[in-house]
Design a protein around this ligand. Sequence first.
Ligand code: ADP
Length: 155
Amino acid sequence: MKRKAVFPGSFDPITLGHTDIINRALPLFDELTIAIGININKKYMFDVDTRIRMIEKVYANEPKIKVISYTGLTVDLCHKLNIDFILRGLRNPADFEFEKAIAQTNRKLGNVETVFLLTGPETSYISSSIVRDIYKNGGDISDLVPKEILKIINQ
Ligand code: ADP
């Protein structure tokens, strides 16, 4: 049976922190679905189609990766797509506390196991919100995001 995982998140935009987790997860799974969760109460900087396009561009040559968007519960998405694992990245104790409750809930609610990878030291400080702040204020984000998306961001 194929080992399938979903990496859910906002990816607004995808950063080198995300790609660090994705690249290190690739050897662990046969298929990795990057799933952009849409929350109608949240305001995003990049629309969902642009965020999908960015990730597809970064992983254009990686057949194991699929990119989708979804609404609703991540466990429901897992059941629909026959996915057994949720992938999440951990940067700090705050991430851990937050993720712990969600992972335990997802296991109880949907019998889905969450796999955590610890951030690499070079990318642990990177977050999409920092990238958005720098970008909005005209700063240089080229060390924080994959080079493939710079063109799309500046369009
Ligand atoms: P969410 O709004 O669900 O947190 P994000 O797009 O911010 O969506 O993050 C998606 C996942 O990527 C989360 O598991 C988050 O912890 C992880 N992540 C984000 N930035 C980093 C980073 N610098 N290092 C490791 N993991 C990260």
